[in-house]
Design a protein around this ligand. Structure first.
Ligand code: NI
Length: 269
């Protein structure tokens, strides 16, 4: 499968379940902006056959290379980011995985079940990355139990393999070309930004600033009935050049840590 096809499928899925994504695209389009992506983020668990090492094959065979690894102590996550080796305009890929052994029996048993289901389907990395949750039906009770241990695990249990978020590359915007301008514009149009750790994560000095919306809430079918829960968010990234004039292409673990919380349930309303 071609890279463009994979991106297109990830994007279509993402857009379908997140009405504010369409709204933002329309708003920016109306301002004359052309949108490009800084990165696309994918989540998984650290078990063989579904971990970073398995999923990265999709991108390694299509011209990407691993460029940085990250560790999130509080959330017990590892991540790797990938860049296209020749086409710098291609979005970076950010794959994270939950370190399952750091958690209790609920996560362990759910992770094992998920892994077994995946094994039965015998999917290539290209198929798996677009496969959503193969382990349907899902239980709301399990979802809430997982949430107490790890919001990340709960999100993955419900939504599985898909883009967790796309990220607008602010550097490529024409009018709203700073993170402050873009945030102000989106807020003026009624969008709600994630304010965990401040609206803007990271600093000019760190060469990367990020912000994000809070995830759209969507109706999901569980064994117990239909519940409304957070799905995906939209992220915005502005990158700066270092003293040598080189544009920073990495990620800042502390900032990403807060961005991850964009899929947390705020107060359920
Ligand atoms: Ni991100």
């Amino acid at each position: 499968m071609e890279l463009e096809v994979i991106f297109e499928k990830l994007w279509e899925d993402y857009k379908k379940d997140n009405p504010s994504v369409n709204k933002m695209h329309q708003l920016l389009h109306d301002e004359g902006e052309i949108i490009s992506n800084d990165h696309i983020a994918i989540r998984t668990f650290d078990l063989p056959g579904m971990n970073i090492e398995y999923l990265e094959k999709v991108f390694l065979q299509l011209g990407y290379v691993a460029k940085g690894t990250y560790y999130f102590e509080k959330k017990q996550l590892r991540a790797t980011h990938y860049e296209h080796i020749t086409r710098s305009q291609e979005p970076k890929i950010f794959i994270s995985e939950l370190i399952t052994e750091s958690f209790g029996t609920i996560i362990e048993s759910v992770a094992n079940e998920i892994q077994q289901t995946i094994m039965q389907h015998d999917l290539s990395p290209n198929q798996l990355i677009l496969a959503h949750n193969l382990w349907k039906p899902i239980s709301y009770k399990i979802y809430t139990e997982l949430k107490d241990e790890s919001e990340y695990a709960a999100w993955f249990y419900v939504f599985g393999f898909r883009a967790n978020h796309f990220t607008i590359n602010i550097n490529n915007l024409y009018k709203h070309n700073t993170i402050e301008k873009l945030n102000d514009f989106l807020k003026s149009k009624g969008l709600i930004l994630n304010s965990s750790g401040g609206e803007i994560k990271g600093s000019r000095k760190q060469l990367l600033q990020q912000s994000s919306t809070m995830a759209d809430k969507i109706k999901v079918e569980f064994i117990e009935g239909t519940y409304t829960i957070p799905c995906c968010y939209y992220e915005f990234a502005q990158r700066y050049r270092d003293q040598k004039g080189k544009l920073f292409t990495g990620f800042i673990a502390d900032s990403a840590d807060k961005i991850f919380e964009s899929t947390d349930s705020i107060i359920d309303s």
